[in-house]
Design a protein around this ligand. Structure first.
Ligand code: UDX
Length: 476
């Protein structure tokens, strides 16, 4: 076959965690729809999860230009790859996978008569070794970060925070002390709004050391793809641009894909986000609730809490008098369950509904949902933003502390309830969002949703940036 007519070939390598894999999968679909060949490289461990929980097979059928390739993360099958042992995976990827990655790219196994050798690598920017390999084999590389621009900017400023003496501090220091050495957030950013690992009081903290090189690492790539949009994070993007001038802001990715498919008269495939089976009965329950009356409660795929914390939330929700749909993941309880008081189960039967896992995008798009009590994970935040649903934020870790501050203080899309789940505060905050200040929050959420949708349409920033990304890849 004449290689000149064969499409360019992109290798996408996500960080092997569920969140980044999901959003980079959407990117892979978008690039396939734009006429590129895509090889999606996942670790054996992620491959096993995808086969078990996702609809990956139907994706193969939908996209003939899509290939899945696997690689070892160098860890034994029974390694947990989570919690404190998460760092062992980062170390192993850097040492073991790096060698295999280079071997794969030079082996010729990724090309065939109808598929040219890889012409561009797109990898998660936290895996800096992929840039070393790209340079060694002479391929251009574009990084992707699946967190907010605001959080990435905070990561970029970690060295400055240390230099200025604002880091380290400890969890029992005054967390309301303002942070002054992050340009663009002076005046509203406090110690408690920094990523959770900043509270360890220890400069040797492994998480801190993982994110510390970001400011040097990200500018090494040809460009940086971000799952955000200009109207939401313009000022933070301007700060990042001083280090990485070539930004491709193409989010919200999940909606971008839906819009692109609709534009080509194709229907979206069911979401691959699910780690657990989605309980569709909650949609039937929502169908019978009044418009905007239900608070959707979900803390994402990783957050865990004690039974005491659950009980505080539960009493707060019930005492607020609001209707609620609550996702309680089977693995989210860290202590032994205790008996549920009768008054709680009775009120929950009357105006609440509990599931183990929900079809979240569908729930947030449902007319009965009027608010979202969330852990402020970046995917959940974007999903809420595009549906115009105001939020109550109870961040758990990492980027979530930063996101929730922006939701409450900058975008005015809801209330930041970080660091407390006392039942009285929960009740008060729910009443504030769902009743007292309902109109004010709905108005700003509707406005931001309008911006989010506009950016995905022809002429919009994310639409244009995706076109530019595809054009740049085709020119490589
Ligand atoms: C965390 C981070 O907070 C996130 O910002 C980071 O990029 C990855 O790690 P997670 O806890 O998974 O992620 O939260 P989030 O990013 O919000 O993703 C959760 C996903 O699960 C969302 O796409 C949501 O739609 C989905 N979900 C959640 C469901 O489909 N059903 C549910 O019941 C709950």
């Amino acid at each position: 076959m004449d290689q000149k007519t064969v499409p360019r070939h992109v290798l996408i390598f996500p960080l092997p965690f569920q969140g980044p894999v999901n959003s980079m999968f959407k990117l892979a679909e978008l690039l396939c729809l734009s006429g590129l060949h895509v090889t999606f490289l996942v670790t054996h461990h992620i491959h096993t999860l995808l086969l078990k929980y996702s609809n990956i097979q139907s994706r193969f059928d939908a996209y003939p230009r899509f290939r899945l390739q696997t690689i070892s993360d160098g860890l034994p099958d029974d390694h947990p790859r989570s919690g404190d042992q998460r760092m062992e995976m980062f170390d192993s990827l850097k040492i073991n996978t790096k060698i295999l990655f280079k071997e794969l790219l030079t082996s010729g196994r990724l090309n065939s008569d109808s598929r040219r050798p890889v012409t561009c690598i797109i990898a998660d920017g936290i895996m800096g070794y992929t840039c070393d390999v790209a340079n060694d084999v002479g391929l251009p590389i574009i990084y992707v970060r699946t967190i907010s621009a605001a959080c990435l900017w905070v990561f970029f400023c970690l060295p400055k925070l240390i230099e200025s003496g604002e880091l380290p501090f400890a969890v029992d220091d005054d967390l309301d002390t303002p942070i002054m050495s992050i340009p663009g957030v002076e005046g509203f950013f406090r110690r408690r709004d920094l990523p959770m690992f900043c509270r360890s009081g220890n400069l040797a903290d492994p998480n801190l050391n993982l994110y510390l090189p970001e400011v040097k690492e990200n500018p090494r790539a040809h460009g940086l793809i971000l799952n955000t949009f200009d109207d939401l994070e313009g000022p933070m993007l301007d700060q990042i641009r001083a280090f990485c001038p070539n930004l491709y802001t193409i989010g919200p990715l999940h909606s971008h894909l839906k819009y692109k498919l609709a534009g080509q008269s194709l229907s979206p495939l069911p979401s691959t986000n699910s780690l657990w089976k989605e309980d569709m009965s909650c949609i039937t329950w929502l169908d019978s609730q009044p418009p905007n009356s239900v608070l959707y409660v979900s803390f994402g795929s990783l957050a865990v809490m004690t039974m005491e914390q659950y009980m505080e939330f539960w009493y707060g929700l019930v005492n607020s008098g609001s209707r609620f749909l609550w996702v309680i993941r089977p693995d989210s309880l860290t202590s032994d369950p205790t008996e549920i008081p009768l008054e709680l189960s009775k009120s929950t039967e009357e105006r609440g509904y509990i599931v183990r896992w929900a079809p979240q995008e569908e729930v947030l798009a449902h007319g009965a949902v009027g608010g979202f009590l969330t852990h402020s994970g970046w995917n959940s935040t974007l999903e809420s933003v595009i549906e115009g649903v105001p939020m109550i934020c109870w961040p758990y870790f990492l980027d979530q502390q930063v996101n929730s501050r922006f939701v409450g203080e900058v975008w005015k899309l809801g209330l930041d309830m970080k660091d407390t789940c006392d039942r009285v505060i929960v009740e008060k905050t729910v009443r504030e969002l769902m009743e007292d200040r309902k109109d004010e929050f709905r108005k700003s959420a509707d406005e931001m949703a309008k911006f989010a949708k506009q950016c995905l349409m022809e002429g919009g920033s994310s639409y244009g940036n995706l076109e530019r990304l595809v054009k740049d890849i085709k020119a490589m």
